[in-house]
Write a protein of this length. Structure first.
Length: 298
């Protein structure tokens, strides 16, 4: 009986640890936030496009339960666990992020983040949107980035523009910009962050030997390196033929450790399957032994 009680306590403790590690607490003031506008079918369509681009690689297709097996698990946002959250809580999680989920504050514009919420809510037939809140006047800087390649100087130029008080646009000076190129397992910084000059420009040297796809295309993203809430930013994204064309098969096109689950090496799949069988066999053996001990006790 003592052994049985000890096993129960150990099992309960082990099951409790993942639950505590996965807990994501949203501040109460953020839970109460509501969208500044009523959601429309067009917003849901825009949110679907943004979801496919930014979220589907981890959360999977909505309602299909095919999210990536990460720790903690991303989960299916069409299911009850996500749908029970308030609009403000969903918006906060998209904005702030929590490892392994990235922070989208300076990647996805605020309005687009609300479009994502609208799309997520479209999978909840019982959802009733709260009345929109009056938008507060924003006193900070609103900065948008643009990207272009100077073929004469062979440099990549990022231009920052900000909204002026008179409603026009002007160069944004003193903005720190980070340039990244998409790789298989994340993003690679191109050089050090650059600060925009009086013309709102930040100039980057692009490596001549950086591999691209078969056509030499590389996916670039320029973002503002400023987490302050008093600045709203819009990143710049572009696919430019600046890389070295690669004729070798991609890392996920062949069987390898780092490839997808369907293309994992055969010996890894067999080893994993054998390990699972052994573990479950050991668990059943323990349960069988406990039952035998109970019979002997009786």
């Amino acid at each position: 009986m003592r052994m049985k009680s000890l096993l129960i306590l150990i099992t309960a403790a082990v099951l409790q640890l993942p639950a505590q590690a996965q807990e994501w607490v949203v501040p109460d003031d953020q839970k109460a936030v509501v969208a500044p506008f009523m959601f429309t079918p067009e917003m849901q369509k825009q949110g679907e496009l943004s979801y496919q681009k930014n979220c589907q690689s981890c959360h999977g297709q909505m309602g299909k339960d095919n999210w990536v097996k990460l720790v903690p698990p991303p989960g299916d946002l069409a299911k009850d666990k996500a749908q029970k959250l308030t609009d403000g809580a969903i918006f906060y999680k998209i904005t702030a992020g929590k490892a392994p989920m990235p922070e989208f504050r300076n990647i996805i514009p605020e309005e687009e983040r609300w479009h994502l919420v609208a799309y997520i809510r479209s999978f909840n037939p019982a959802y009733v949107q709260p009345a929109p809140a009056a938008a507060k006047a924003f006193a900070g800087r609103t900065v948008s980035l643009a990207m272009a390649y100077d073929s004469l100087q062979k440099k990549l130029v990022v231009t920052a523009a900000e909204k002026l008080k008179d409603g026009g646009d002007g160069p944004a000076e003193g903005i720190q910009v980070v340039l990244q190129v998409k790789r298989y397992f994340g993003s690679l910084n191109i050089g050090d962050p650059k600060t925009t000059n009086a013309q709102g420009k930040a100039v980057f040297d692009f490596p001549s030997d950086l591999p691209g796809d078969r056509d030499g295309l590389v996916e670039l993203t320029a973002t503002v390196n400023d987490p302050r809430s008093e600045m709203r930013t819009t990143p710049a994204k572009a696919a430019l033929a600046l890389g070295t064309p690669m004729t070798r098969p991609g890392l996920t096109e062949t069987r390898a450790w780092w490839s997808t689950r369907d293309k994992a090496p055969v010996w890894i799949a067999l080893t994993y399957t054998l390990a699972v069988v052994i573990v479950w066999g050991f668990i059943f053996y323990i349960l069988y032994t406990i039952l035998q001990l109970r019979k002997l006790g009786n």
